[in-house]
Design a protein around this ligand. Structure first.
Ligand code: GAL
Length: 366
């Protein structure tokens, strides 16, 4: 019991010491890395038809004896659990042998898992890195072993992606541009109008961030606020804390912030839905009402969050399309196996979700 209390205090101290402080989110923002390599249209369409052929070959069993190794940064992550389940199902349905490892949010653990995959012999690796700053080391290990590599969800920085193109390596990234999700969050609040949200001429908000090492957290923090400013609204950050994508951590942080800032808080921005769900618990415990005296947005479109959007207990979320991302990642892996190859960046779009389209998205994800 005592041990548990100590570890909770330790965890809370760690989180507190990682607190970002208002306005510091943009300081951590990395350079623009939305696109790296493009091919001309003809090449792109050839790649697309090669990809279709590869998928057909796979379905016919020509490639289906190949082994796919998958490394996920942490199984205990709501969004990555949806992603992982889709990825596994999609590849297994095509007959591939798939092994998925849990990095347990520890880069050393994940690096050992990658080494084991390379020693045991896999034909392609799909990696959701624990730390994107380790991407260079990971790429070097995997390329050295002659194995193609598909990074997912956590985007390595622009200079790392440039190396893949410069060296013509079989390495790609599949994911959405996190700036778009942040922009959508800010727009959903701006669209409510200053008269609805505001009590004093400016938007007083708190920000609950995911892992600050991660570009999704950096960009969502920066671009949600930029969208408010771009809409001509004045903003005031009351608190900016790191919730590490985690519901329970966010609940605690928002409870603290609500007790410190009282009714001044008008908007709670959370970098993902798991944290927004925690924020909602804290908001309700503090006797505040979303949609009346406070507004709350997340990202991912978890089904629980969609139910909240429909019920009005969350203002909005942004659909992080795990179906299209996992299928694109699997298709990219297959393209390497078939020799069709890939561009070095494979993107996708987020979808803004309010009460108007939440049911449609819920029907899709359920
Ligand atoms: C984000 C997602 C978060 C979390 C994170 C992990 O794209 O919105 O919920 O899963 O990836 O890196």
């Amino acid at each position: 019991m005592k041990k548990k209390v100590v570890s909770v205090i330790l965890a809370m101290t760690m989180v507190a010491s990682m607190a970002m402080g208002c306005g510091s989110g943009s300081d951590t923002t990395t350079s623009d890395n939305s696109t790296t390599t493009t091919t001309n249209d003809a090449a792109a369409s050839t790649e697309a038809s090669d990809a279709a052929d590869a998928t057909a070959d796979a379905a016919n069993g020509d490639l289906a004896d190949k082994k796919v190794g998958v490394c996920i940064y942490q199984f205990a992550d709501n969004f990555m659990t949806l992603y992982r389940t889709d990825l596994e199902g999609y590849l297994k349905d095509m007959g591939y042998s798939v092994t998925i490892m849990d990095g347990k949010n520890d880069q050393n653990t994940q690096t050992e898992q990658i080494n084991t995959f390379l020693q045991q012999g896999v034909d392609v690796l799909v990696i959701n890195p624990v730390q994107t700053t380790s991407a260079q080391t990971i790429t070097d290990m995997v390329v050295e072993a002659g194995i193609p590599l598909v990074y997912i969800n956590r985007e390595p920085d622009a200079s790392e992606e440039q190396r893949w193109a410069d060296n013509n390596w079989d390495v790609t990234y599949v994911g959405c541009d996190a700036r778009q999700s942040g922009t959508y969050q800010g727009e959903m609040i701006a669209d409510l109008g200053l008269d609805t949200v505001d009590m004093n001429g400016k938007i007083d908000y708190i920000m609950i961030e995911g892992d600050p090492e991660n570009v999704d957290a950096q960009y969502r923090t920066e671009y949600s606020i930029k969208a408010l400013e771009d809409a001509g609204l004045e903003v005031n950050c009351l608190d900016d804390q790191v919730g590490m994508w985690d519901q329970a951590t966010a609940q605690q942080l928002v409870a603290n912030s609500l007790s410190q800032n009282g009714n001044d808080i008008e908007v709670v921005f959370c970098n993902n839905d798991a944290m927004a769900l925690g924020a909602l618990q804290a908001i309700e415990s503090a006797g505040r009402t979303v949609g009346e005296d406070i507004y709350l947005v997340g990202v991912d479109a978890l089904s629980e969050a969609l139910e909240d959007v429909l019920a009005g207990t969350m203002t909005g979320t942004v659909f992080n399309d795990h179906f299209s991302q996992s299928h694109s990642a699997a298709d990219a892996a297959i393209n390497y196996l078939s020799g069709a190859g890939n561009e070095h960046y494979i993107g996708c779009d987020y979808v803004k979700v309010t009460k108007d389209n939440a049911q449609e998205i819920l029907d899709m994800v359920k």
